[in-house]
Design a binder for this molecule. Sequence first.
Ligand SMILES: Nc1ncnc2c1ncn2[C@@H]1O[C@H](COP(=O)(O)OP(=O)(O)OP(=O)(O)O)[C@@H](O)[C@H]1O
Length: 275
Amino acid sequence: MERLSRHFRGVKAVDDVSFAVAPGQTVALVGPNGAGKSTLIQLLSGVEKPSSGHVFLDGRRIDGLAPERIARLGLGRSFQTSRVFPALSVWDSVMLGTQAGLLRRTGSARLVDPLTEIAGELLGLPAWRRRRAEAHERARAALQRFGERLWPRRDQPAYSLSYANRRRLELARVLAARPRFVLFDEPAAGMNPSETAELTDLLLALRAEQPQLGILVVEHKLSLVRRIAGHAIVLNQGRILATGTPAEALDHPEVVEAYLGRARRRPVNSDAHLG
Ligand SMILES: Nc1ncnc2c1ncn2[C@@H]1O[C@H](COP(=O)(O)OP(=O)(O)OP(=O)(O)O)[C@@H](O)[C@H]1O
């Protein structure tokens, strides 16, 4: 993103921010409440439009595009609160997630064309059967990534899942699209320390399996940030306050002074909560 800003009636939520995430890089975005992290994710995923500045994906400007178009170009995102429909089954929720990835390949202009879908299903067209088999495979892989957490519950409605499993389902939905870049908005929010450690291991495994995946993760839990991110960016009042390795950025004197006063008195590897 280049000189990206978003102002809301005088509030500079994001103010002249520029940085890049390369394929294979994991970047953490941290900062206190109200720093502008969520607004930045909204801008990158097309939900909000910038007041000024640009967003590029593979050198192509995407800041004017609709969110579903951006998703189809290979930029997936999770939401702070799960976006899966409560009444849908776990399986159907993840099947929905497969659509962006499959349509990216076919280049279809629409997310789902209902008439084609119905005709394909009724007639059992070969192309439709292939696409469906591929969607099944992606959904299965995305759910099984979470071990026994989601797969045995695939026929249950999403509302019956525990809180942590609903968060996992949100990530499975994103990963089922096989994005090339992902934006994770507080994936560990509300998780206890052992759930957070499990999620950290899962993200490390994901990175090992997909070494070209670019990840931008907003997270308050510094234990996760320190383990998975190669690079950290600290935002404060919409602007970049510090960047570097997580150790450099988080231990930067200004950051420590402003936000980690409490955490500094705790062991360094504690699950300090920034903000
Ligand atoms: N739609 C909006 N209208 C007006 N102000 C907004 C809007 N969205 C965000 N803001 C303001 O922009 C600033 C940045 O908010 P944002 O939610 O991006 O911060 P954040 O770093 O994600 O915080 P948190 O960690 O609490 O999620 C805040 O002052 C917020 O009140």
